[in-house]
Write a protein of this length. Structure first.
Length: 257
């Protein structure tokens, strides 16, 4: 099977399955859904950290980018993602009721439903680029990167569906649009294939930017939400699930090799 075929299969499966699983998750009673979602976020945090620090960055350094250049790409990527989030192009919630889209802000949710779709299309396109860059470096790294993307897509998709439903969409329309937007990752993968395959010297820096993406989402987006609950039992559970996410990614990477 060609590398391009693998990239297309994995990006399509990651995008569609995360959207469908999120839709099934939304069918659960609200109380059950709200209880499970923080656990998914904790695991996703660990998966992103593991993929960035145990897989993407080491491969970027091994690919010959040079530690100084990789460091610049990593810092530049984090700053770029900060700017994108400031521009509300990369806005995502990980709970049904958050400060930006809670019940008291329903009018804002309705007004921003279209923007959420466009922002997520951009985000998913970027995910496709990151997955393609990883596969072009090493198919095993591509699999690990896809797992990390999948892990953090589920809580994101749940939040997106909640926003679309709050915006007045029917469940069927919200699901259809969410799946369609999730498949934007395939477009990103195709773009990356044609650009990066012709410029292999840029791959180490693309991997560093992918690591920056994962680190930014984990540290700036997910972890602050986890800190909203500080009781000892919850904190221990969060540490355990974050550690599990790191271990799963680390084991998957080592096992693949």
């Amino acid at each position: 099977m060609s590398t391009l075929t693998l990239i297309l299969l994995y990006t399509a499966a990651c995008g569609a399955s995360s959207a469908v699983i999120a839709a099934g998750f939304m069918l659960l009673p609200a109380e059950r859904r709200n209880a499970l979602l923080p656990h998914l976020v904790s695991f996703a945090t660990g998966a992103l950290l593991g993929a960035a620090l145990l897989a993407l960055l080491p491969h970027a350094l091994e690919a010959g980018g040079g530690s100084h250049g990789i460091g610049i790409a990593l810092a530049g990527g984090i700053i770029a993602f900060f700017v994108l989030e400031k521009m509300v192009l990369w806005r995502h919630c990980h709970v049904d009721a958050c400060e930006a889209h809670g019940p008291s802000e329903q009018h804002r949710a309705r007004a921003s439903a279209t923007l959420i779709l466009w922002g997520d299309a951009f985000h998913n396109t970027l995910d496709g680029v990151l997955i393609a860059a990883a596969f072009l470096t090493d198919p095993h790294l591509g699999v690990v990167t896809t797992i990390a993307v999948f892990a953090h897509e589920i809580p994101q998709e749940v939040g997106d569906l909640a926003i679309l439903l709050n915006g007045g969409m029917s469940r069927a329309r919200a699901l259809a649009l969410n799946v369609a937007v999730s498949l934007a990752s395939v477009a990103g993968a195709v773009i990356a294939w044609f650009l990066l395959a012709q410029a292999l010297e840029a791959l180490p820096y693309a991997l560093a930017i992918a690591a920056a993406s994962f680190l930014y989402v984990a540290v700036a987006d997910l972890i602050p939400g986890l800190h909203r609950r500080v009781d000892a039992r919850t904190s221990v559970g969060q540490v355990a699930l974050i550690s599990l996410g790191v271990v799963v990614i680390g084991f998957s990477h080592e096992f693949a090799h």
